[in-house]
Design a protein. Structure first.
Length: 252
């Protein structure tokens, strides 16, 4: 189905971000339909993480606009953007190390059930607990639900970080290098999880493992020096001469 026939979940118009004289994003235009797993690739310094940070409000664009589900979110604070349904899992795992797996996820789920009615509050506690357990099962941590986060392996901490992002029930999930630093077995598990999640969430994936990208992505956007230089299916990108020269070929 063509993009024009689908509902667009996230869109950027001439998005630009400069840091002094350095232009990290240069008039980036994206249109990502609901339900798509879109990979963003490019060499180091291409602007990939800057793109995710502007979408989530961690960085304010120098110019341009960002629209989420048709509404402008440019310049909104991160907590407001998260409330609207965008979640980010960063390359550097961010969990509460002294809390259990359960409590890490519980905090995120609880944020969705804010209420001042004490009777509703107590009824919701059971619902929150059930949701936490559901997320643990989905990501494969149900047997470590009471484990303190700092005692988990790096791979399991990565899973927990993704679980925390899922705890807010996002419509759009942003994953920044989720396979970085993982063992072969862990990479396989997280890759399978991402593919499973893509059946119910729109995902933007930044990843340097080009083989994983080619397996997972519906479409790929290639950045170089802050500009979009190519966009297409995995096959189209793998056959693009400019991409081979700028990114894939240079890695070989």
């Amino acid at each position: 189905m063509k993009d024009s026939e689908k509902s667009i979940i996230i869109e950027t118009h001439e998005l630009t971000k400069s840091f002094g004289g350095l232009v990290a994003l240069n008039n980036v235009n994206l249109r990502i339909p609901k339900g798509e797993l879109r990979a963003i690739i490019g060499p180091n310094g291409a602007g990939k993480s800057t793109l995710l940070n502007t979408i989530t409000g961690r960085l304010t664009p120098t110019s341009g606009e960002i629209y989420f589900l048709g509404e402008k979110i440019t310049g909104l604070p991160p907590h407001e953007i998260a409330r609207r349904g965008i979640a980010l899992s960063l390359q550097i795992v961010q969990v509460f190390p002294n809390l259990s797996v359960f409590d890490n996820i519980w905090l995120g789920v609880k944020m969705r059930f804010k209420t001042r009615n004490p009777f509703i509050h107590w009824r919701q506690l059971k619902v929150i607990e059930e949701k936490v357990i559901e997320i643990c099962k989905k990501i494969g941590l149900e047997n470590k639900i009471d484990e303190i986060a700092s005692n988990l392996s790096h791979g399991d901490q990565r899973l927990l970080d993704i679980a925390i992002a899922l705890s807010t029930n996002p419509k759009l999930l942003l994953l920044d290098e989720p396979l970085a630093g993982l063992s072969v077995k862990e990479r396989r598990h997280v890759s399978n999880l991402i593919k499973e999640l893509s059946q119910e969430k729109t995902i933007i994936l930044i990843e340097h493992d080009i083989d994983a990208v080619m397996r997972l992505a519906d479409r790929i956007t290639v950045l170089d020096r802050g500009r979009v230089i190519a966009e297409g299916t995995p096959r189209e990108i793998s056959e693009d001469r400019q991409v081979q020269e700028v990114y894939i070929g240079s890695r070989e």
